[in-house]
Design a protein around this ligand. Sequence first.
Ligand code: NAP
Ligand code: MG
Length: 497
Amino acid sequence: MANKTKADWLALAKKIKIDGRAFINGRSTDALSGETRPNFSPGDGRELGPVAYCGTEDAEGAIKIARETFESGVWSEMAPSDRKMIMVRWAELIEKHQDELAILECLDVGKPIDNTLNIDVSAAIRTIRWSGEAIDKVYDEIPPTPANSLALVQRLPLGVVAAIVPWNFPLSTTAWKLAPALATGNSVILKPATNTPLTAIRIAQLGNEAGLPDGVLHVLPGSGASLGKYLSTHMDIDGLTFTGSTPVGQLLMQYSGQSNLKRTFLELGGKSPNIVFADANLESAAAMAAVAVFYNGGQTCTAGTRLIVEEKVRDKFIDMVIANAKGWMPNDPLDPATTMGPMIDKAQFNTVAEYVDIGKKEGAELVFGGKRCLEKSGGYYHEPTIFAGVNNQMRIAQEEIFGPVLSVLTFKDAAEAVAIANDSIYGLAGAVWSRNINTAHKVAKAVRVGTMGINNYFGGDMTVPFGGFKQSGNGRDKSMHAFNDYTELKTTWIEFE
Ligand code: NAP
Ligand code: MG
């Protein structure tokens, strides 16, 4: 419950059972080789226990079972209303285990417990329930053909889908993939990120308990470069759905082209613009500018990392954002008062530290943070960090840092704000703040991103699609549009005698 204290969460965390086994054909199992890898908790660096390290032989077995299960029709041809009931039960079971899942995600990812409970776990519940509830309300089409004919346009499942997800939102991205893929009748093999396999494993177990037939859903922890590549190049995988970095997304498109042209949908990186006009509600804009970049330690694909402020309020607004940044000093993820946790690991911390150096060398002005903190904890914590005096050619304005580092730029008029916002290889998200409805709408329309907020950041829910323009990806998670990524359109044309 939301009102648990740090002591309550610590006590629960001590009791929690951590299961790092794969989930194949309805059972928890070790890798065939018996190999495991240690899994570390970013909060304090301690080992959480071994995780199965699945290889190609495990994948081969799971793909074969997933194919047989798909062909059997036990799930793919189950009445949508029955699939719905199983998915709704699954969501209820996740809700029943919400504290356990919140702790697993907190320990595995280092995310604050308040976030894992109220954002990640609740997103998983909502996503699975929503997709399940929707699936028996989707009608196919009868197009307007000549009178002596009748055409049916139906959506059919792809078959066997591989899902590969990242470490920054392991549970919610897992749910965003599994819910529409399973609702539409596919069999799925999910490869979680090596760093963060625990909640995916646990919700697969709960899915089975809810009535998902054996063989429909498999979770195989293992390496991206070997197991992930094996799945992506496999000739018997029909669809590939991915959330992760743009370079790996580029590889996956190639793997698809080199193998069987499996349908490949990617949700990738971002360098999202957050545009603030002088006539905005500056109090809210400043508070949300901090949320936009420091939430999840900036390890967020949609993070508002480029704050683009109208020049005439620049100094005042930077002071207001700095005042808000003070509320984002990192702390123990199991403390419900904590707003920001550690970086996922040492490598990610080093990347952030490197970009702080790059920013200084490029001539940007470090106005807040910039250092490691809480060294004694055993985790890699980084202060919320703000650079002013940034121009859009600097690397800290163009490259995804994936840490709590804000670059502040300025503009003189709306056209310049839009030009800066669009001068990026990415196009995932953004926001504009203004009390002028004309300015806000025109700017929101002109910025080439998949999701744009007006006077909010991170707005949206399960009813709206989520995904990127440009090198932020293709395809869409969430909403009915997600069903498109997991189905083929089939036309049947009938002629009457
Ligand atoms: P990543 O390095 O691309 O890894 C993502 C997943 O791909 C992991 O499971 C990884 O396995 C696997 N992988 C790595 N190399 C592979 C290969 N050659 N073939 C197949 N799979 C491979 O990304 P990350 O560092 O985990 O996550 C951060 C990135 O995700 C950021 O760029 C962020 O912007 C993006 N992201 C995007 C969204 C969105 O919806 N647009 C949401 C969240 C995050 P290993 O763990 O074993 O390396
Ligand atoms: Mg971990």
